[in-house]
Design a protein around this ligand. Structure first.
Ligand SMILES: C[S@@+](CC[C@H](N)C(=O)[O-])C[C@H]1O[C@@H](n2cnc3c(N)ncnc32)[C@H](O)[C@@H]1O
Ligand code: SF4
Length: 377
């Protein structure tokens, strides 16, 4: 199929797809509860890594360098037919990747394709919000799909925004967000999440960011640690300022309660384990599948080396194959990547590997960089 042949599905087809989607979600939940190693369900979340160039230049980002650019026609030719039935049973498709995919020449076609072919599947987009032109806003707010936009801002004032993202777009971005607010009216579509990557340079402004998000009508604030891509970025890491990080997290939580907005914050430093044992788990390899247009697959965005590729194996060979099985088995025991996972393991945050992007680094290189960092933080 090419982009030119798209048509909207009938109501009957959509009803059938929604039924299949619900059956899959229920089965996937059961299989997760039972911690099955081999699954009959397909992922509830399908993460498409749409790599692109970027108009911003965030101080903490890899900026899409060295990743294959996404082309919709190439995707459809290589994987479209195989993956469409899987995607139809998913609950959500995440559209992110290295770079800014809404800046791709194909971006509007990609949204049209997903709206037409998978209207019942929720869409989640991570974006810097600078490319949201009227047509894109319409494709998002005016579609039959439910969208969530994670707006990566990291600042509530123009100067800090520029410091973090190294481009002059604060006014444009805030205007785009206001337009989206107007368009969504009372429908609640799209949901707007305000994203803040916490570094040594901006973390003290996180509480202000929470107030700003509330004033701008956001549905939720999400904050997360900066992970070191390149060793020269290490000065940005809160690994070196754990007390400061903890203080700002506490204050952000307090402000969120005061103004009345949902907030997702990372684990604080100094914890040993989650107070609730159910939180000592990661379910991502049971519920999520990430891939990029060259076929490379990852169980999650934090994972280091993972050798499987859709260029060599089918989706099912990978999803229930030896590598996915090994990860599920290790996680079931609280082992493997869970040990240093910054997202799911509260104790992991205390360790250096939780603050480093492992892809494509070897463990020995990470330790060399650690020694360098400790010699001259
Ligand atoms: C790589 S970006 C790509 C999508 C889009 N350009 C954006 O900024 O949202 C995806 C998400 O990763 C975050 N991110 C980028 N580099 C990061 C890093 N080194 N550590 C933690 N988060 C990072 C971004 O802020 C964004 O929320
Ligand atoms: S806007 Fe996104 S992709 Fe672009 S530089 Fe910033 S984090 Fe990276």
């Amino acid at each position: 199929m090419t982009t030119a042949t798209l048509t909207r599905p009938s109501t009957l087809r959509r009803t059938v797809w929604e039924k299949l989607q619900k059956e899959n979600s229920d089965l996937n939940e059961r299989e997760w509860q039972e911690r099955r190693i081999i699954l009959s369900s397909v992922p509830r979340t399908f993460f498409m890594q749409l790599h692109a160039a970027c108009n911003a230049d965030c101080i903490f980002c890899s900026k899409g360098n060295g990743y294959p650019l996404f082309h919709l026609d190439e995707y459809l030719k290589r994987f479209g037919q195989e993956l469409a039935p899987v995607l139809r049973r998913a609950q959500q498709v995440v559209l992110s990747g290295s770079g800014e995919f809404l800046g791709l020449p194909d971006a509007e076609h990609i949204l049209e394709y997903l709206n037409n072919e998978f209207p019942h599947v929720d869409k989640f987009i991570a974006t810097n919000a600078s490319h949201l032109n009227p047509r894109m806003r319409e494709l998002i707010a005016g579609s039959d799909s439910r969208y969530t936009l994670q707006l990566s801002l990291h600042a509530s004032d123009a100067a800090t925004h520029k410091l973090m993202m190294r481009y002059n777009a604060f006014d444009r971005v805030t205007e785009n967000i206001r337009e989206l607010q107007r368009l969504r009216g009372n429908t609640g579509n799209p949901k707007l999440y305000f994203m803040f990557v916490m570094t040594t340079l901006n973390v003290e402004r996180l509480p202000d960011f929470v107030r700003f998000a509330k004033d701008m009508g956001a549905d939720r604030v999400r904050a997360g640690y900066f992970y070191i891509y390149e060793s020269q970025q290490k000065y940005l890491s809160l690994y070196f300022k754990p007390e400061l990080a903890n203080r700002c997290i506490d204050e952000a939580r307090r402000v969120a309660t005061e103004v009345g907005i949902e907030i997702e914050l990372p684990h604080k430093f100094g914890q040993t384990a989650a107070p609730d044992p159910a939180m000592n788990f990661c379910r991502e390899p049971w519920g999520q599948f990430m891939f990029s247009v060259d076929g490379r697959v990852l169980p999650c965005d934090i994972y280091g080396g993972f050798e499987d590729s859709l260029a060599e194996k089918s989706f099912l060979e990978i999803w229930d194959g030896p590598r996915y099985r090994a990860i599920r088995r290790a996680l079931r025991e609280g082992d493997g990547c869970f040990r240093t996972c910054p997202r799911h393991n509260p104790a992991g945050i205390n360790e250096w590997p939780a603050h480093v992007i492992h892809r494509p680094k070897e463990p020995s290189q990470i330790m060399t960089e650690y020694n360098e960092a400790m010699a001259k933080p």
